[in-house]
Write a protein that binds this ligand. Structure first.
Ligand code: ADP
Length: 447
């Protein structure tokens, strides 16, 4: 096992990784920008290294500085968390060249899945069902028209290099197609420096269902069931559940089995998530994330398995601590992403937290790096914490969520807590009756 791990991230996820390291008896190194000198992960780590100014490009995304911090402290492995360098194949390669372990999959697997066209081709080859669409990148407008005519409208143009919902444009009719194609290409070029786009059938009212997998890199892979992340605003997840309210045990076993054997066939190493859209009883692959996800705690709640511990074990060559037969699902879990934002306009609300009281009690987990007196810096994304609530069934979990949301106090800044108080009382949410359009429609009606 590793003796010392460097955590190349900040905020709640840095703390989450630190907790797993402590339980495994591994020493921790925190890296931080000057804006994060007072962060909780820096306080709780065994050692810390300041790696630069607030701008992420000069600190959390600066590979030479992170490698230097490993060299200085003697860290043998790096956990990248999510975001920042977590899906950067070059970073994985550079660490490898320095004899430092990257806690994540191989650089090749990151590369394949980072290109959505290649990812989709790989999914097809591995027997994973995909959204009908163009075969690979679109050559020109004529090809786009031909594919769309054959499949029927509406269609979606998506960037191969896409992420965060950028480079994605819907064409409702053939007349819309040239403009959607041009806009998606221009956006993709500006955001990713790569204007390759492809075309997909636009599903009208799907749910977003994703399957958690973990592989040992030696041909063994298991699935840990699914999460429903349909409640999204601007393609960003807001509220996540495990297991999904609408997926039957038979469907879970079928799709989980497909995904686990695909990952075993690939020789995949570490944690990954296969994202699907789900409509009329069918799963359609959209992408794979080759990292730990923000919403991983809901899966941990219903399986009792610590995903970060397993990631570290796999990277250290110790293999998984469990097999597929050991995975037993129990209860229900919901996560709310608490952002430092105005709950109506979603404008960022950084600043000092003058009073903080986290909720507690049975079945309540708070993953957050904030504390009373902490100043949320304006330089990074606005996620300040995650409230994860667990119960024996979905209704018990919802009741517990309502009371946990009543307990939480964050003064001095605005947060999205009031939004969650409303959502937890919405009849559609209580009934589990929502799809990927639901939240946007709800928010539009509220204004
Ligand atoms: P990104 O990497 O930019 O987040 P994804 O491929 O993961 O892009 O898609 C993000 C979201 O966009 C999905 O969760 C879903 O809400 C929507 N979406 C993607 N593909 C389709 C599709 N074919 N039909 C309808 N909605 C889609």
């Amino acid at each position: 096992m590793f003796k010392k791990i460097l955590i190349a991230n900040r905020g709640e996820i840095a703390l989450r990784i630190l907790r797993a390291c402590k339980e495994l008896g591994i020493e921790t190194v925190a890296v931080h920008s000057t804006a994060d000198a007072d962060a909780m992960h820096v306080r709780l780590a065994d050692e810390s290294v300041c790696i630069g100014p607030p701008a992420a490009s000069e600190s959390y995304l600066n590979i030479p500085r992170i490698v230097a911090a490993c060299e200085i402290t003697g860290a043998e492995a790096v956990h990248p968390g999510y975001g920042f360098l977590s899906e950067n194949a070059r970073f994985a390669d550079i660490l490898d060249a320095h004899g430092i372990a990257f806690i994540g999959p191989s650089a090749d697997h990151i590369r394949i899945m980072g290109d959505k066209i290649q990812a989709k081709e790989t999914a097809i080859r591995l027997g994973i069902p995909v959204v009908p669409g163009s075969e690979g990148a679109l050559r020109d407008e004529a090809e786009a028209q031909a594919v769309a005519d054959k499949m029927g409208y509406p269609v979606l143009i998506k960037a191969a290099a896409g992420g965060g919902g950028r480079g994605m444009k819907v064409a409702e009719t053939a007349e819309d197609l040239p403009k959607a194609l041009a806009t998606a290409k221009a956006e993709a070029r500006a955001a990713f420096g790569d204007d390759a786009v492809y075309l997909e059938k636009y599903l009208s009212k799907p749910r977003h269902i994703e399957v958690q997998v973990i592989g040992d890199g030696k041909g063994k892979a298991v699935h840990l069931g699914e999460r429903d992340c349909s409640l999204q605003r601007r393609h960003q997840k807001v509220w996540e559940e495990a297991l999904a309210p609408t997926i039957t045990p038979e469907e879970r076993e079928r799709i989980g089995g497909i995904v686990a054997s695909a990952m075993a066939g690939l020789g995949y190493s570490g944690a990954g998530t296969i994202e699907f859209l789900y409509e009329n009883g069918e799963f359609y692959f959209i992408e794979m994330n080759t990292r730990l996800q923000v919403e991983h705690p809901v899966t941990e709640a219903v399986t009792g398995i610590d995903l970060v511990v397993e990631q570290i074990r796999v990277a250290a060559g110790e293999g998984l601590s469990f097999s597929q037969e050991d995975v037993k699902f129990a209860g229900h879990a919901i996560e709310c992403r608490i952002n430092a934002e105005n709950p109506l306009t979603f404008a960022p609300s950084p600043g000092r937290i003058t009073y903080y009281h986290p909720p507690g009690g049975l079945g309540v987990r708070v993953d957050s790096g904030v504390y009373q007196g902490y100043a949320v810096p304006p330089n990074y994304d606005s996620l300040i914490g995650k409230l994860i609530v667990y119960g024996r069934d979905r209704q018990e979990t919802l009741a517990r969520l309502r009371r946990a949301l009543d307990e939480i106090v964050v003064d001095g800044i605005q947060t999205t807590v009031p939004l969650f108080r409303d959502l937890a009382n919405e009849p559609d949410i209580i009934a589990g009756n929502y799809d990927i359009r639901w939240l946007e429609t709800y928010l539009a009606g509220r204004r």
